[in-house]
Design a protein around this ligand. Structure first.
Ligand SMILES: [Zn+2]
Length: 108
């Protein structure tokens, strides 16, 4: 089974995102320059993230994609990525606070 989404980028032609569900394994390709097989691009990330920027808003295949995503290896990998980004964000806040504390200590 396959779904096709179109994302308008900087090029004249929209990029094509193809989602394939085969033997309960989900895969996604994108025709954008960054969309190489082993890389993730913002178009596929936007789809996985539930289209927060409205790039695919109103696409009738979104609910189908969401149902395919549910429980998939892509969804669990995305959640792992989110946890890393949350940890990184917390670490950056602690780093900024530590730098401020040192700056305050240095200047007396
Ligand atoms: Zn892309």
């Amino acid at each position: 089974m396959q779904l096709t989404f179109y994302a308008q980028g900087s090029a004249i032609e929209p990029y094509t995102i193809t989602v394939t569900l085969s033997d309960s394994k989900l895969s996604m390709t994108c025709t954008c320059p960054a969309g190489g097989f082993k890389a993730i691009c913002k178009h596929r990330l936007a789809l996985i993230a539930g289209d927060p920027d409205g790039l695919f808003a109103g696409d009738p295949d979104m609910p189908v994609f969401q149902s395919w995503l549910e429980g998939s290896n892509i969804q669990s990998a995305y959640h792992a990525l989110q946890r890393c980004e949350d940890s990184l964000s917390d670490a950056k806040k602690r780093l900024a606070a530590a730098k401020q504390r040192l700056a305050t200590a240095i200047t007396g």
